[in-house]
Design a protein around this ligand. Sequence first.
Ligand code: PLP
Length: 377
Amino acid sequence: MIYADNAATTKLDSDALETAMLFLTGEYGNASQPYFFAKPAKKAINEARETIAACIGAEPDEIYFTSGGTESNNWAIKNSVFPDAKMRTIITSKIEHHAVLNTCAAMELLGYPVTYLPVTDEGIVQPEKLSQYITDNTGLISVMLANNEIGTIEPIKELTRIAHEHGIRFHTDAVQAVGHIPINVKELDVDMLSASAHKFNGMKGSGFLYIRKGVELNPYVDGGSQEHGRRAGTENVAAIAAMAVALKKNCNRMEESTQRLRKLEKILLDTLTFAGVEYRRNGNDYRLPGNVNISIKGVDGEMLLHRLDLKGICISTGSACDSVNDRVSHVIEAIHVPEEYAKGTIRISFGVENTEEETLAIAEALIGILRKQVNGK
Ligand code: PLP
């Protein structure tokens, strides 16, 4: 098996697993209890908050543990408190993940106007476009830090500057970026940032929302006093502790991983080019390391995915959450990939475990499938 769909999810890191096991089977106390047996769990949560905060330049009490990226995005967008309780407009982009797009759609049903910003053909949200779309009624701006399909990294610092000049709160979905590119929330000047552990070798069903101190955000889950009373429920200590281990490890090796992943991208693309495959690479040059999103002329991406699957190779056609929809993804549509290429879009996303041999094997498998197709087999 060759797994090259790390933007969909990643393998749990071995040290993170070891940490999780400790809190699943040994120190399994409920962190809210006052007795000695609960102390290690409480300590682990506090330490995880500190570690995660340090990795993104936040304060520990600005980190709120959630069940992952989807929940964090829902919380940030649905529970923003607009000072005068007006139906304020939300601005987002056309290429957000469905965890943001469908949250915005739910807000529209409640009567909140939503504006969807167009992007360039490289998938960039242009700051000047944001300025044009802001009105006196804008209450929240949510633009992703990096796109999950094409890997484009957005100019968040410029976007937050514009938002704050108008006194508007800014949220970013950083699910694909955390653990993969350097992030400092203070430098980016974001008010809220969403992250998901399973995208950086942590466990599925865990993540966090960074909420800048002073930002008014209604509690997401009412109940006990966990997460400063803003997100109640007994903490998933194993997943939280594992997330911190995985994030720290990824941050420590980020520079080296980036270089390695860039090399794998090059090997793949050079091999395809050399074999005469007619493709165009989507996204811009400033993209997530390991992301290769290409549209191949005159083929069906679904067919490629299934044929590669038969050879034990896992890749994606778009975002995993969208693979049931047999249509060109909203991202590929928004960046205007020409029709003869659009349906042949695939995403190969390399991770820390992929090797050069695997990369060559993927390229050769793809070339083989494409040659068979030309020969009508
Ligand atoms: N946002 C982005 C950009 C994503 O890529 C994903 C997952 O694919 C999510 C949000 C959802 O995160 P989770 O799977 O943790 O709910």
